[in-house]
Design a protein around this ligand. Structure first.
Ligand code: X8Z
Ligand code: ZN
Length: 602
């Protein structure tokens, strides 16, 4: 997450200097000049750099050791960073009419929408206190289960491994109950954020978030709906097949065939990816699939070995190895002696070489992927580090999330054999299993990726109120994902709070976009090496020319509108679902056939 800090901050003294620079007394009657604009932007970049590093280091200290004091420190620095980002956004608007060169214009526009949660001056300290409380409440949350106290991170593991519907329902219900007390703070956070967004000229925080895509906010909302319509048929077939298989496993009382699927039966706390139920839904006679979790354990992989393997993919493409400090300073396993934010993230603390990951790594196929995901952030950060400060960011936030995921698609049987993780490549008649594994991850995720921010957009616009938060959440969960809660919910519950990014205030549409872009990048890489086989069998491990072209896109950072970056690597200027649809075509044919006598939908 923390590649965003740099965008947001300044010191108190720098803010004084800034107001002198842009204050009304210094302006010519004709309004501020291009020269003044240039000076302002340079100073804002300097301030961002300074406070960005301090904020990153303080946030790192907090997230890797949650205590009374680190909470105190992080609230202070985050308040200052809000103040600086808001000052910059307000000041940037003074140059709206100034004639400036395109680079300065882009920087000014980016400064106007760089902050995720703005606040009016009087509420900045309160916002920092509220967001810190929410973050700690999530990451230090615990449940009582089978006579023991289970921390947040392990509740996820329980949902992945348990198969008894009564126990699954118990863990699910208890974790969601732990989120209930967050609701008042969440409502206050939304209120302050909206007041801040209005001061910056946005209708609400949702409009601010939708404004970061080089198109008007409404056009972006229409764009994600267009892309969803492209991929929904794939999700519908997967849902139909998985429900039928779960019905065979659990019976009609637990999985009725005309209802949304019970959310706790899909092997994930949020039903956002369904890879853990692969054995229940695998194409019969096709393939048992490659059980990477089992293989990694059998080969005694450690968290470090998992991450080194991920690094090895990037270096095979020609990227420089990670610096020694990455290995010295990263947190790659859950410490036993202190509270941490276990949700994985990638950091660049000084905007130069001090890159790190923070992961409570499990030896599992999921965390093998997550390691690639996080490293994708780190290699992107390094690729654009020579850009001016404001452009040191993803082309859009979906790009940042898609880099490592694109690499993950290249973890094919051929690649696993190269790593000596498997002895022989299964022949391609078994590929439906591989595709099903991928679909349980990437296709199952799509509606969840879409709805989290659809919910927040409704919260920020006032369409949902604290009294209707939970109902609104389940309306979207049912409509898009076709799932239902295992036990009745009430208006007092706050189920969105049970997902990290809600109390964490991290926008989520980026992950929906990443699921689309990941396949576009992958297909472009495979096309560029002249791959002629089935798309899902393509691995570009070791392909330096792919690395070079990929690096050219990454090195652009946010210096150009994202369609330019996309075009540089893929030749197209649109985010588009056709690559993911093409990838899953063989599975789609098979699922349609499986489902032909079933009644699909909910
Ligand atoms: O939050 C993440 C990453 C950190 S940027 C681990 N992801 C989303 C999630 O866990 O909900 C990656 C996939 C979606
Ligand atoms: Zn990420």
């Amino acid at each position: 997450m923390n590649f965003g800090f740099k965008q947001r901050l300044s010191t108190a003294t720098a803010a004084v200097a800034l107001s002198a620079l842009v204050g009304s007394c210094g302006e010519s009657p004709a309004g501020p000049t291009a020269e003044e604009a240039g000076k302002f932007v340079a100073q804002a970049e300097q301030e961002n750099q300074t406070i960005g590093e301090e904020a990153s280091r303080t946030n790192w200290a907090y997230e890797t050791n949650i205590t009374f004091d680190t909470e105190w420190l992080v609230a202070k620095v985050n308040e200052r960073w809000t103040r600086t980002a808001v000052d910059h956004a307000v000041a940037a608007k003074r140059f709206d009419q100034a004639e400036v060169d395109p680079v300065v214009r882009r920087k000014l526009e980016m400064l106007k929408q760089a902050i995720t949660l703005p606040a009016p001056s009087a509420a900045m300290a309160e916002l920092a206190a509220v967001t810190t409380r929410l973050s700690s409440a999530y990451s230090t949350g615990k449940i009582e289960f089978e006579g023991r106290t289970v921390p947040q991170h392990e509740t996820e593991v329980l949902m992945e491994t348990l198969r008894d519907p009564a126990k699954l329902s118990e863990v699910w219900t208890k974790w969601h109950a732990a989120a209930k007390p967050m609701k008042a703070d969440y409502a206050r956070m939304a209120e302050i954020g909206n007041a801040g967004a209005k001061e910056l000229g946005f209708a609400d925080v949702g409009a601010l978030w939708r404004s970061g895509y080089d198109m008007p906010p409404d056009a972006f909302a229409a764009e994600v709906d267009r892309i969803w319509a492209q991929v929904k048929p794939l999700y519908d077939q997967l849902h139909c097949h998985v429900r039928a298989k779960l019905n065979e496993e659990y019976g009609a009382a637990i999985v009725p065939l005309d209802q949304p699927i019970r959310a706790d039966l899909l092997g994930n706390m949020w039903a956002q990816q369904w890879t853990e139920v692969f054995d229940l839904v695998a194409p019969s006679g096709a393939d048992p699939g490659i059980d990477l979790t089992k293989i990694l354990k059998a080969k005694s992989y450690t968290p470090e070995k998992i991450i080194r393997t991920g690094e090895g993919f990037f270096t095979s493409l020609g990227f420089a190895p990670l610096p020694a400090t990455f290995w010295e300073r990263s947190l790659i396993a859950k410490p036993a002696d202190r509270e941490v934010v276990c949700h994985a993230s990638a950091w660049n603390l000084d905007d130069r070489e001090d890159v790190r990951v923070k992961m409570c790594t499990e030896i599992s196929a999921t965390d093998f992927q997550t390691a690639h995901h996080e490293l994708g952030h780190n290699f992107y950060q390094r690729a654009y580090r020579d850009q001016p400060q404001i452009f040191r960011n993803g082309a859009n936030d979906g790009f940042h999330e898609a880099i490592g995921d694109m690499i993950s698609l290249s973890i094919t049987p051929t690649y696993l054999k190269q790593l000596a993780l498997i002895d022989a490549e299964p022949d391609s008649s078994k590929d439906l299993g591989l595709l099903m594994q991928r679909a349980l991850e990437g296709v199952a995720f799509l509606p969840f990726g879409l709805l989290v921010d659809k919910w927040r957009w409704q919260v920020f616009s006032g369409q949902l109120t604290p009294a209707t938060y939970n109902d609104g959440w389940w309306k979207l969960r049912t409509e898009y994902q076709g799932i239902r809660p295992p036990v009745a919910r009430t208006a007092d519950d706050f189920d969105p709070g049970a997902k990290y990014h809600i109390p964490g205030g991290t926008p989520y549409m980026r992950y929906f976009l990443a699921r689309i872009l990941q396949f576009q990048f992958y297909k472009a890489a495979c096309d560029s090496i002249g791959w002629k086989g089935p798309l899902h069998r393509c691995s570009f491990y070791g392909e330096k020319q792919v690395g070079e072209k990929f690096n050219a896109m990454l090195a652009m950072g946010a210096s150009k509108p994202w369609p330019d970056a996309l075009e540089a690597f893929t030749g197209t200027r649109q985010m588009d679902g056709s690559a993911i649809v093409a990838y899953f075509e063989p599975l789609m044919v098979w699922m349609r056939d499986q489902n032909k006598a079933r009644s699909c939908g909910w």
